[in-house]
Design a protein around this ligand. Structure first.
Ligand code: PHE
Length: 445
């Protein structure tokens, strides 16, 4: 059979929507607001912004340049430029499998909550409801399956006809819904305490571990370190200004994170709840807040729809990283790649879902499957991938070759060239290297 033509984005706008869609996800919507609150509010936000500029922008532009230069998937791209670095692509694709393994589970929870708000809201004590639901054996797997099929369907439709087409609808809708929920939240009586908690800089809380948390969050939130931006960049035509894109996408991602903080924290405080951490904030505290708010079921529904859109535009990028490898390197058809890979990932999803209940006692390195997949990827594989990319561009492939790609061989200006060169060779690898050594326990702050 003749090899299918490699996909391409139809427009610059579509590429930006898809890329911002990958970045904006569950990481922004539930993780960022409580991290900011925990680590000194405005002070954390400030350090987060600095890291976005020095590390986020730098690695994003690096990955895009590798992708567009080679027009290959994460593994193929490194292989084409220097086969000693092929393994960096391999851990990227592996990360895609593992992250999607547990991402599907949370995506399923979100669908369950949408159905719940459509049919009258969360009944009884939200904590009991959530605990009972996620720990049951069958129901969460069914919703995860629905989420996985939706992801696979979009990816199966291709780059312009699937990923781009759906991102162009879901991303603007997400921002509109987020702004509506935010306006509701900040105008509630008593919202001020939440705003204060979120924004008042408390520099005494800005410990080294808060800085480490901020850096890890930048990585996960911007989809960096696993070749996602290599893969998306590989579908670009040579005429695209990737310097601009690597600026706009982190700007959108950061705006979404900040807006999520404004949407969630004031409401939580207005009704006298504690800004609890992690999944609890979104799946337990927020439903409690919506239950007490006038027209709460409508705002709850809007909120979980926007979370679903954010999660889907991220999950499709995770699947595409894996897909692109099998399509480019093993000449699989898109249809075969999409459904076979999704099937394999779903085995990890079943394990992650059961880890909340029946398999919760089955521990590897003291972690259940869900936490294990999360920990290995966020804390080890992504930082390692980002660090190696900086070393690769800075000292192997060379910043001049990357710059030539960014400038389309002199056709467009590269305004931040001086800054980017220093950042990719020194600042970003140093910052990420320190965090990485801290994560794996070699140095401890
Ligand atoms: N950036 C996504 C989020 O914030 C997660 C993600 C990580 C997606 C890595 C793709 C690659 O939820």
């Amino acid at each position: 059979m003749e090899q299918e033509k490699r996909g391409q984005w139809a427009s610059s706008f579509g590429f930006i929507m898809a890329t911002a869609g990958s970045a904006i996800g569950l990481g922004n919507l539930w993780k960022f607001p409580y991290l900011a609150g925990e680590h000194g509010g405005g002070a954390f936000v400030l350090i987060y912004l600095l890291i976005v500029v020095f590390v986020g922008f730098t690695i994003m532009l690096g990955e895009m340049s590798i992708g567009r230069a080679t027009q290959r998937n994460a593994i193929g791209a490194y292989k084409a430029l220097n086969s000693k670095f092929t393994w960096v692509g391999v851990i990227g694709v592996l990360s895609g499998f593992l992250i999607l393994g547990f991402y599907n589970v949370v995506g399923g929870w979100v669908i369950k909550y949408i159905i719940q708000f459509l049919t009258g809201g969360v009944s009884g004590d939200p904590a009991v409801f959530f605990g009972g639901f996620v720990s049951s054996a069958v129901e969460p797997i069914i919703w995860a399956f629905v989420f996985a099929v939706a992801t696979a369907f979009i990816v199966w439709r291709g780059i312009a006809g699937g990923i781009e087409k759906y991102s162009k609808v879901m991303m603007p809708t997400l921002f509109i819904l987020l702004i509506i929920v935010m306006i509701r939240s900040v105008t509630l009586p008593g919202a001020g305490a939440g705003l204060e908690y979120y924004l008042k800089p408390d520099f005494s809380k800005l410990t080294p571990s808060a800085i480490v948390a901020a850096l890890g969050q930048v990585f996960f939130s911007l989809s960096l370190g696993m070749g996602c931006m290599i893969t998306y960049g590989s579908y670009l035509s040579k005429g695209e200004n990737i310097e601009k894109d690597a600026f706009v996408v982190p700007l959108m991602d950061t705006s979404a994170a900040l807006l999520a903080g404004f949407a969630i924290l004031p409401a939580v405080f207005a009704f006298g709840y504690e800004p609890g951490a992690g999944p609890g904030l979104m799946f337990i505290t927020l439903p409690a807040v919506f239950a007490e708010m006038p027209f709460g079921n409508i705002f709850g529904l809007l909120f979980f729809i926007l979370v679903l859109f954010a999660a889907l535009t991220s999950s499709i990028s995770l699947l595409e990283v894996c897909n692109a490898y099998f399509i480019d390197e093993h000449k699989w058809s898109r249809t075969k790649a999409t459904w076979v890979i999704s099937g394999v990932i779903f085995i990890l999803t079943i394990l992650s879902s059961l880890a909340q209940g029946p398999l919760s006692g089955f521990l590897i390195f003291g972690k259940n499957f869900f936490d294990l997949f999360d920990y290995i990827t966020s804390n080890i594989l992504l930082p390692l991938g980002g660090l190696m990319m900086c070393i690769f561009i800075g000292y192997v492939w060379g910043v001049d070759k990357a710059a030539a790609e960014i400038m389309q061989n002199g056709k467009v200006a590269f305004k931040s060239r001086g800054f980017w060169t220093i950042a990719v060779k020194y600042i970003a690898p140093l910052a990420v290297g320190i965090v990485f050594l801290n994560m794996i326990g070699i140095i401890k702050f």
